[in-house]
Design a protein around this ligand. Sequence first.
Ligand code: HEC
Length: 481
Amino acid sequence: MNYPFWDIPHLGSGWVIGIIAIFHVMISQFAVGGGLYLPIAERKAMRMADKNMSAEWLTQLARHSKFFLILTGVFGTISGVGIWFAIGLTHPEATSTLIHNFVFGWAMEWVFFMVELTTVAVYYYTWDRIDPRLHLKVGWVYAGASIATLVIINGILTFMLTPGDTWLGVAGTGHEASVFWNAFFNPTYWPSLFLRCCVCASLAGIWALITSSRIDGDKHLALKTSLVKWSVKWLVPSFVAIPFLMIWYLMMVPESQRALLSLGIDTIGAGTFSVITRIALVIIVTSATVVGVAYYLAYRNPAEFNLSHAMAVLLLALIATGSGEYAREMLRKPYVIGRWMFSNGVRVPYVARINQEGYLAHSMWVWNGPVLNDRITSMGITPLNDPNLSYTRGEAIFRGECGSCHTLSGYRPLKELLAGRDRTNIGSFITMLQDYRADSPYRRFMPPMVGSKQDVDDLTDFLNAQVNSPAAKPVLAAATK
Ligand code: HEC
């Protein structure tokens, strides 16, 4: 552990990223899709033969662009910074790898991001103030810049799932950046890009339904009808193409990782295994409902389409997006960077070394750990002979090795998952995780437990105290009285 551990009790730090990320994806993909929606709609309005309708469309688009500016410029930006905050604390090793590999990728991303933020503000504030053709051009610049941000971030996101053999060949040598383009255009790059483009278009339509649902259908029937119908059409490409793109995407994921998808049919374990299958069902059902609601409530009855209908579509889309992102995360387990770095920051080729030297040998952040104790000793002071030494070391190992996926008593709670086992039994489970045999079912989603024999004992002591602590029982009993 080169970094201190960020402890989020009950929820687990992974969910902090998850919650921010789902919120961010909904908005940032809208920023891309909506960035195209606005100039395309504006161009359509400018070419309308009916001048009244054209003016009505443009007024409505100006309103929509205000909503767009606030949502993407404020909430999209803040949540984007939030993701950096959360991944930096939760996965410092992986974040460092991403930064080092993609320095220029990030630099390009931020240039386009600045262009995006500037042009969206110019676009909103110059309706009716500059020549309409120039205004439309500003819209196109915005659209181009926001597509560029997707094109770049997609390379970095897909890299984490499938870094590709070329990159893996140089990983750890210090020359990783020399294969920048191989890492960038990695095996899942293209299917993921097309998938995300479809999602962006759908979100553009869905968010446009929110603003157009608020048009008064009695007063502006023609406007509302034409705008709602046109917005629904933005959802169409997704539902035609997404199933095929998903299959293409999955085909590019290495077999070993795809194994997680078949978990639903497996018989091992307590429940996880059907998680992916359940998630897939949720995605299918919510997406199908979005189509149904969009067709029957919006396309067929645009005049009566109201804000609560639009919110329902948005909520369903949120669930589908969230489930999709969650499934993508699950698919990557047990790695944070495919086949190179486990979710807990341990690099695959370091496992043997850590087993030899001990997990805490280089951890300078651990109280009573060897690094700190050496330093104290070198100052001529005898380190405290803490009677709970094994426990505190075990806790540090738990946090470092298990804490990225488990909490003690909240999300994936080890207290519950280990309930009913005594110390010997817990010890043999951990030893099995350390052996990490080729046929171990846990390999599909858990990294090996790395460390010395002493580390296995310390972790066992700590977990045993959580599960079987006799002291804990009276306290609990007293608390419930
Ligand atoms: C990459 C994420 C990840 C890491 C790191 C991880 N686990 Fe797990 N673990 C899982 C998942 C996913 C499950 C399945 C959870 C469920 O069934 O709800 C699981 C299940 C378990 C179970 C229940 C097994 C069973 O057969 O029911 C135990 C016990 C466990 N983990 C212990 C640990 C310990 C100890 C560590 C640290 C040395 C650890 N895990 C590290 C992801 C992880």
